[in-house]
Structure formats: C-alpha cells, structure tokens
Write a protein that binds this ligand. Structure first.
Ligand SMILES: [Zn+2]
Length: 180
C-alpha cells in the first residue's frame, strides 16, 4: 500500500492540465490507480484526481459511500462497504441547465468548505481500467463529485468558483499553514 503526498493549494502542479491515458494501461498507470485509491481512503476522501498527487494524467478515483462517517468507520469490518470507481479519460457529453448547490471541500484545500453551484445532472463518457468505454447519466452528489474531480484534471479547483476576495483569503491562509 502506497500513500502518496497530496499537493496543497497553491501548488503550481495543481494547475496543470492532465494528458489522456493510452490503452492498454502501462504498469505505471496501474500502480497509479492503486496509489490513488490507497491515498483517497487513507485521507479519507470521496475522490482523488491524479493531478492532486502531481501526476498529470486523466485518471481519478471516487467512492461516494465514503461521505458517511459510519461507512468509513466500518470499512475494514466484515461486511464493510466500499464502492471504488476508476475514471479514465472522462469527458462530459452534456450538462443540465438546472443548477444545484452543494457545500464542497477538497483534500488539496484543507479545512475550507464553500457552496458551489454546478449543473445538477451530467452525461459522462469514460474508460475503465480494462479500456472499456462507458457512457452514463449522473445526478445529485455523484454528478457534483465527478465535476469537482474532473475539474482537477483541467487544473481547476472549487475555490475558483468563489469570489476573488474569498479565494485570496484562503490562499493566503493555506500558504501560511503549509509553507514548507
Ligand atoms: Zn478536490
């Protein structure tokens, strides 16, 4: 099990636009997927994009069950729940005009949460680790989580949707807290 370091805003690598992955997956990319999952569960988080560990490839993992503290607490018990999803080269084919607002947070922007409005429903095309193409519609928390994760692959963070004043305040505080 390899836990990778999660980059914290304002790290320039978080602003990189990630490249598409080619199939069949190289051993490095297979290892990357495993590391992403291990790192996400360890954090713990409900999603992690490659960009967040400094690898600019279009790969992300999610497990929206991990929103629940009870699920996280019991994950390693018999009957513990996990629903790991791997998203490779994801692409939104459609987004609804209807918007929905959720309070978002991010492992790369620790300790800050803010309301962000995003399309309430999306249609997504993506590939799984075997290279099989999928297409499906998502709504609710899942739709929001996917938009948040795939923003990372384009070098975008949820704080980009906030006012410049609020964003600058968060950047300043994180710089002070995490300065190495
Ligand atoms: Zn994030």
């Amino acid at each position: 099990m390899t836990i990778r370091e999660i980059l914290i805003h304002p790290d320039d690598h978080l602003r990189e636009v990630a490249r598409e992955v080619t199939f069949p997956l190289s051993d490095d990319v297979k290892q990357l997927i495993q590391d992403l999952a291990d790192t996400m569960y360890d954090a713990p988080g409900v999603g992690l994009a490659s960009t967040q560990i400094g690898v600019p490839l279009r790969v992300a993992v999610t497990d929206i069950l991990w929103r629940s503290e009870e699920v996280r607490h019991n994950a390693d018990e018999p009957g513990g729940l996990r629903d790991l999803k791997v998203w490779i080269n994801p692409e939104f084919l459609w987004k609804s005009d209807e918007m929905v607002t959720w309070e978002e947070g991010c492992l790369s922007v620790p300790e800050y949460y803010a309301d962000v409005a995003r399309p309430a429903a999306v249609r997504l095309r993506w590939f799984d680790a075997e290279g099989t193409r999928h297409e499906s519609d998502f709504e609710g928390f899942q739709a929001v989580a996917l938009q948040h994760e795939f923003d990372h692959l384009d070098g975008k963070l949820f704080i980009d949707y906030l006012s410049m004043l609020r964003r600058n305040m968060i950047t300043k505080k994180l710089k002070k807290l995490y300065k190495s």
